[in-house]
Design a protein around this ligand. Structure first.
Ligand code: ADP
Length: 526
């Protein structure tokens, strides 16, 4: 017997409708890639997103059509998302930092019909477009006057100008596809995660819970995590839904630029990967500055070194929430909310309502949640992928419906997750596993170390042993002996790196994480 409640499909048009109707004058601030700051409101975003929908309909865009965006965080990018999704078309975010061959693969696999891009990305488009026959039109997220003279594109502003703001949104089932995001191709070809309206809607409610992000309408939220990185971790939906001020930083994510934006816009809450927080911290320390309004930061995407969290918490009084997740999870999985952070090892935290997790051994049997036993981390939830786009025949869930994250982890008695490693990064030494993350965290606590990465090197007796690769802070030389002595007592003796290698710069991948694939390849060619 069905319940007798109203039919209210969980579709994302309702998010922006709500923001415009009930928080219409809240500000959305953008720092354009070119530098200037622009300001508008949720009411403006709503009106212009509707105009954009009209432009799409005029082009013949229909439900299920894929439209790519190649852009950093901005109000125009946000409008485009809602304009696309409101029609039941699919917004496919592309990461401008990916190699062009991968972008071409992704665009062709998705069969995108249009591409919306920042003017800054024109050099990428010049290489990409000749390889992407499905693209019918390029729209640059710019004014007419900013269009490059010799480039076949139209401007977003001229495309939406004069159109009505009455376009009808919604009116489709809540499980309609809304967004498409490919995981980086660290293992084989990139795979498309196809979010639905319902999954993003529910994920927004999860993100807003007090022990997740706990965003309030009084917050000013700076989304450093790009909209092309797993939906900006859901912020593009959660922040308008709660009616908080939204600050979008464009492409400039260095410490000085971020600090400036935090100060001028009174940012209270922000989210980004650990390398971004390292960059801001180095700036704060060098310039002896303090971000006065910033109360809370969310760090995720890679393990947060304890030294980093402590620096923000103890020196600046800023609460650090350490989150774990992945593109396939929309992406939030767990969050460590202080005072859990006081635990000696920096854990990734607990699952919120709406997500479930478990650990298994290699044979798929559940292992104990005792904080010591490593297992394969598996997840379930309404915002977790059940298949990849155009690979629907491949079963990615086990017999009980769990998705294997590819991570190795422990869960303690209190339910706190700790990621040991990605399964492919863990070092197998003499039949035991060594966590590369733990050694990295211990090494970056050294005051002269900017970044540290640990990878496995083959070893005749033990199978594999850890190699520590270090990028020292500028002008602060450090020796291998100094580092090994520093690690003594901080990690198990048999985890001691076999060798230490110094590099000028540790390579970062397209989402700002240490690129271990390149480190391994570099080692092979040495
Ligand atoms: P990719 O890194 O391939 O672009 P994702 O952004 O989806 O794709 O990465 C998800 C993975 O990142 C997780 O499976 C996990 O290995 C790693 N990760 C994310 N957050 C954390 C964290 N807080 N600590 C350790 N690892 C993390």
């Amino acid at each position: 017997m069905p319940g007798l409640m109203q039919d209210w499909p969980l579709t994302l048009d309702k998010v922006l409708d709500h923001a415009a109707r009930w928080h219409g004058d809240r500000e959305v601030v953008t720092r354009l890639n070119e530098g200037p700051i622009t300001r508008c409101t949720y009411a403006d975003i709503h009106r212009r997103a509707k105009q954009f929908s009209h432009a799409l309909l005029g082009h013949g865009i229909a439900r299920e059509d894929r439209i790519a965006t190649l852009a950093f965080n901005s109000a125009r990018h946000l409008e485009a998302w809602y304009g696309i999704m409101g029609l039941g078309a699919v917004c496919h975010t592309l990461n401008p930092r990916l190699p062009v061959e991968q972008l071409a693969y992704i665009v062709n696999h998705a069969a995108d019909r249009l591409i919306l891009a920042d003017a800054l990305c024109t050099p990428i488009l010049r290489q990409l477009l000749p390889r992407c026959p499905t693209i019918e039109r390029v729209v640059l997220l710019a004014d007419e006057a900013e269009l490059p003279a010799d480039f076949p594109a139209i401007s977003y502003e001229s495309w939406i100008a004069g159109r009505g703001s009455d376009c009808k949104w919604g009116d489709f089932p809540e499980d309609t596809a809304a967004g498409l995001c490919y995981t980086s191709g660290t293992t084989g070809d990139p795979k498309g995660v196809l979010y639905s309206h319902r999954s993003n809607y529910l994920h927004s409610l999860i993100a807003l819970m007090p022990d997740v992000l706990g965003i309030s309408g009084r917050d000013a939220v700076l989304a450093i995590v790009p909209m092309f990185h797993a939906n900006a971790w859901g912020l593009a939906f959660a922040v308008p839904a709660i009616g908080a001020k939204f600050v979008l930083p464009g492409a400039k994510l260095d410490g000085a630029s971020l600090f400036d934006l935090i100060e001028t816009e009174g940012v209270t809450l922000s989210a980004g990967v650990p390398t971004v927080w390292q960059g801001l911290l180095q700036y704060l320390e060098k310039e002896r500055k303090h971000p006065a309004t910033l109360q809370r930061i969310l760090t995720g995407g890679a393990a947060c070194p304890e030294s980093l969290a402590r620096a923000y918490q103890e020196r600046h009084g800023i609460e650090v929430r350490h989150a774990w997740g992945m593109t396939e999870m929309s992406p939030i999985g767990t969050v460590n909310v202080p005072p859990d952070l006081a635990t000696p090892a920096l854990r990734q935290g607990r699952v919120p309502f709406g997500i479930d997790m478990m650990l298994t051994d290699d044979a798929g049997r559940a292992v104990a949640h005792d904080g010591r036993t490593f297992g394969h981390l598996k997840v379930r939830g309404a915002a977790v992928a059940r298949a990849y786009f155009r690979r629907e025949a491949e079963d990615i869930l086990d017999a009980d419906g769990w998705f294997d994250t590819g991570d190795i982890a422990t869960i303690d008695e209190a339910g706190a997750l700790q990621i040991t490693d990605r399964a492919k990064d863990v070092i197998k030494s003499g039949g035991e596993w060594i966590s590369s993350i733990d050694i990295e965290n211990a090494a970056v606590a050294h005051p002269k170390v900017a970044l540290a990465a640990v990878i496995a090197i083959p070893h005749a007796k033990w199978g594999e042993r850890p190699l520590l690769i270090v990028q020292p802070k500028a002008g602060e030389p450090v020796t291998a002996e100094e580092l090994l002595a520093f690690l003594e007592g901080r990690i198990a003796r048999w985890w001691m790196p076999e060798a230490v290698q110094f590099v000028e710069a540790i390579p970062l991948g397209a989402t700002g994480k240490i690129d271990k694939k390149r480190l391994r390849a570099g080692l092979a060619t040495n």
